[in-house]
Write a protein of this length. Structure first.
Length: 211
């Protein structure tokens, strides 16, 4: 029997993906979690072969969750299934150890193909993402300046872009406020934004489809 875990805060989305899985994998057992906390609880009590997860869920940090899974359950494959743009986010998350990155508008057969490859420890990428990665590899240059940021810097940037204060970001990421301020400074420095200009950060994020 194959054990799957769907992590998404929308029950309708989970129901749709669960139907796709059970129609193709007759021996599949599919569990559901609506956020990071619930997912961790389920993982501690049951071995999973594959996880399909969204990136945008309340009270959840996808980078932290993926780190947790890959560290504690290295044999569990992860596929990100999200509304986020793959050309913006996928490279960062592949570096974290996921096996596939799919947009929620993907055809059913593409989702199944990604699952099948992940279950045999292979990576699935769309043709457009392969092209983007190939271009970056051969030129040595990424068109997205946010790719320069470390995972933690990227997390802090995302939190700032959502309008959170330093105190709120510290609480969300379980770090102290002075550390958040340090990361904030590095974000503006690497993105070449002067004087902590949030308007400029917002504009750059929109330009590169971070938000």
């Amino acid at each position: 029997m194959l054990n799957f875990l769907l992590i998404d805060d929308h029950s309708v989305v989970r129901a749709g993906i669960k139907l796709i899985i059970t129609q193709h994998f007759n021996d599949a057992e599919v569990d559901e979690a609506e956020n990071e906390k619930r997912a961790v609880e389920m993982l501690r009590n049951k071995s999973m072969d594959l996880i399909l997860m969204d990136l945008n869920m309340p009270d959840s940090d996808p980078i932290r969750l993926i780190h947790y899974i890959t560290t504690n359950y290295p044999k569990t494959a992860i596929i990100v299934l999200t509304m986020n743009d793959e050309n913006v986010y996928a490279k960062r998350f592949f570096k974290l150890g996921i096996k596939g990155f799919l947009h929620k508008s993907s055809e059913n057969h593409e989702i199944i193909k990604a699952i099948e490859q992940a279950l045999v420890n292979r990576v699935y990428m769309s043709d457009s993402l392969k092209q983007t990665i190939a271009e970056t590899y051969f030129t040595g240059v990424s068109e997205n300046p946010f790719d320069q940021l470390s995972d933690r810097e990227f997390q802090v940037a995302k939190e700032m872009l959502s309008g959170k204060s330093i105190t709120e970001i510290a609480a969300s990421l379980s770090i102290n406020s002075s550390t958040v301020s340090t990361y904030k400074g590095k974000v503006f420095e690497k993105l070449k934004i002067s004087h902590n200009n949030m308007v400029e950060l917002m504009s750059l994020a929109q330009q590169h489809r971070i938000i």
